[in-house]
Design a protein around this ligand. Structure first.
Ligand code: F6R
Ligand code: MG
Ligand code: MG
Length: 367
């Protein structure tokens, strides 16, 4: 059976600042989606990480389906209403457009979708991150699909012997989508050359070169580019297929042991480690650190199994300790040097305003 999985995330308001949504917001989304089951969608799942709510839906309408996107949009309108009623902070923050117009692209919510013929035991991993950007997944995707240090299947499994194809998008090109396809392993240096820049070049899709099947889909929105001003970081959602011709779920998770430094954290303007957290976790320190959750699930005839929380196990407590330590190390130097982002990536505009003002007061001295 050909099924489409659509994952959408949005910040529609949260408790105590940009920390965690209220349970009632998730409840109204579930109530809303219940009515669509058997009508437009087959199944759904709702969860949150940090201040973002993520919705995963299964259906048969393919990617970029207006009807499905509208269901996601309308569900987030419902949670926005609850956020307003409760007086939560930033109600409707990511719903940038005044009304739905055909497709979620450019409207605020991040989304990742994949359509495929279901394999027996179809296994999928859902990643949702907060206080960071879609490029935060660049390094993990590179490692899980090209690096035998994380994906031993690249050596051991004949099903992965041909490697994977990467589709990389330049998100700074806003007139039209600008993408490049590069093959691993032959082009790994070219892939690395692009995706080291997490702000500009984002791994959008990965395909198996053995079967041509879709392996991973990342979201590629950049809220600040869309809105032309700071409205919150574009916290990313991603789907990865696992097992068989794809990395095993444990290989997909392996790169997240690094807790690599990413952009985001407080006011979307700092560097912090990507900390693997349990699903529905809020934030704790300096509006961060950047967090990522991972859920594994199976799908049959479009119906989801239970979603397993992959970062729940005590193994990940050690990684969380490491991430906390890395967060404290970089926070020790506050605003200095690499602890903050380059000028172009800073949010809010306050620093650029100051710099513009100060520039006028600089005096030249001829020696
Ligand atoms: C980062 C984020 C927060 C806010 C910060 C200030 O993505 O959402 O760190 O930037 O809490 O929020 P405002 O400007 O809404 O008071
Ligand atoms: Mg927020
Ligand atoms: Mg968020």
């Amino acid at each position: 059976m050909k099924v489409t999985i659509t994952a959408i995330k949005a910040d529609t308001g949260s408790l105590g600042g940009h920390v965690v949504p209220d349970q009632k917001m998730k409840d109204v989304i579930s109530e809303f989606l219940d009515k669509e089951v058997g009508v437009s969608i087959i199944d759904y799942h709702v969860q949150s990480v940090g201040d973002d709510i993520g919705i995963v839906m299964s259906h048969i309408h393919g990617t970029n389906c207006s009807e499905i996107h509208k269901i996601g949009w309308d569900a987030f309108l419902e949670s926005t209403e609850v956020a307003k009623e409760l007086g939560l902070y930033g109600a409707g923050q990511d719903l940038l457009a005044d009304s739905f117009s055909g497709n979620l692209k450019g409207m605020g919510p991040a989304f990742a979708e994949m359509e495929f013929e279901e394999r027996p035991g179809e296994t999928i991993m859902l990643f949702q991150a907060d206080k960071t950007e879609p490029g935060a997944y660049n390094l993990p995707l590179y490692m899980m699909f090209t690096d035998p240090m994380h994906n031993s299947g690249l050596m051991l499994s004949p099903k992965m012997k041909d490697g994977f194809a990467f589709s990389i998008i330049d998100v700074e090109e806003t007139e039209a989508d600008s993408t490049i396809e590069l093959n691993a392993p032959e082009n790994i240096y070219d892939i690395a050359t692009l995706i080291r820049n997490n702000h500009k070049y984002i791994v959008e899709k990965v395909y198996s070169r053995t079967t041509g099947e879709i392996a991973a889909v990342n979201c590629t929105t950049r809220l600040n580019i869309l809105a032309g001003k700071y409205v919150g970081k574009d916290d990313p959602i991603m789907l990865v297929r696992c097992q068989g011709e794809f990395p095993a779920s444990g290989e997909v998770l392996s790169p997240f042991t690094i807790a690599h430094y990413v952009s985001g954290f407080m006011r979307g303007s700092h560097i912090g480690p990507l900390k693997p957290v349990k699903v529905n976790t809020g934030l704790s320190f300096f509006d961060g650190p950047p967090v990522v959750s991972a859920c594994a699930f199976n799908v049959k005839n479009g119906i989801f199994t239970r979603f397993i929380d992959c970062f729940e196990d005590e193994f990940w407590d050690k990684i969380r300790d490491k991430a906390n330590q890395k967060a404290l190390y970089i926070r020790e130097q506050g605003f200095s040097g690499p602890a903050m982002l380059e000028d172009k990536e800073l949010e809010y505009g306050g620093i650029t305003d100051r710099l513009d003002k100060l520039k006028k007061d600089f005096k030249f001295t001829i020696n």
